[in-house]
Design a protein around this ligand. Sequence first.
Ligand code: SF4
Length: 331
Amino acid sequence: MTKTIRLSIGTAALLGLVQCKLDAAPTTAYTMTYTQSRCHANCAFCTQARNSSTNANKLSRVTWPVFSLDQVLTTLTENNFQVPFNRICIQTLSYPSLINDLSYLVTHFKKRLPQIPISIALPPLATNQLQRLYNQGVDRVAISLDAVTPDIFEQIKGDGVEGPFTWDQHYQALESAQRIFGPGRTTTHLIIGLGETEYQTVHLIQDLVNKGITIGLFPFTPVKGTPLAEMERPTLGKYRRIQLAHYLLQNQLVNANQIHFDSSNQLAGFELQKELLTDIIARGKAFQTAGCPSCNRPFFTEPPGGPIYNYPEPPTAEALHEIENQLTGVL
Ligand code: SF4
């Protein structure tokens, strides 16, 4: 059974386990399963992938130092430790004994912090394994499609990288999780900027919203040592248009048929009153990190100095001004 765990550097700093400046505090404690070997999957964008040459203490651009589980649990319960986060997230790698390690971690987190909800970002597990985690009190699971289309999925997570995953297997696992955990307690991650069109993205988001699946949006982030290290990031304009569309669809302020596209399937406008749209943009919530409740993932996909794609906190007036400029095409 695992006696070791990784923490995102921001989470470790929040717990006082490392000295490091926090430009924005995580509102979720980000943990990751630890295994001697690399992940058995081989996703092209991922630093933990089987063939990645990135240092194993990296996930996306963030460093995840290793700690003994006892040290972390002791810190969490010592001296009436005031828990400075609202959720625990367990990121996982794909390896044979994963479910046993997860079960062990959940048991101990639940014993020490019964009031803190747990999310787990999982590879597609069998229904009985999902049920086991649900029975142990896990609040939500995330099964990440990552890609917006089955073709892109194939290239970056499936046969294209000799990976073990298929689009259908992921979709079925999402639907099983939905049945077990109940509506609104299943999440998937989508990476924007892997070659999909904005039309395809908007219609997938609509489909997931119809199914009650929460979406964690990530801008593609090139990391050294992965096959996609030389690929460009999505433009801020593209990402803002998708963030805004996601917010309006998730909150049922429009549906996908009320979103217009130009001849290159780029998002061109919304059938929504201009005043309401301007007001929603000015509130800024649409541009903050999206995902499970309290998930703010500070600087997972961008350096604190910017450019900021996912705001971990409400954007400042200056940032909102920049965002409006980035959205000129759709206003
Ligand atoms: S959305 Fe956030 S909290 Fe939820 S699984 Fe993904 S990273 Fe974790």
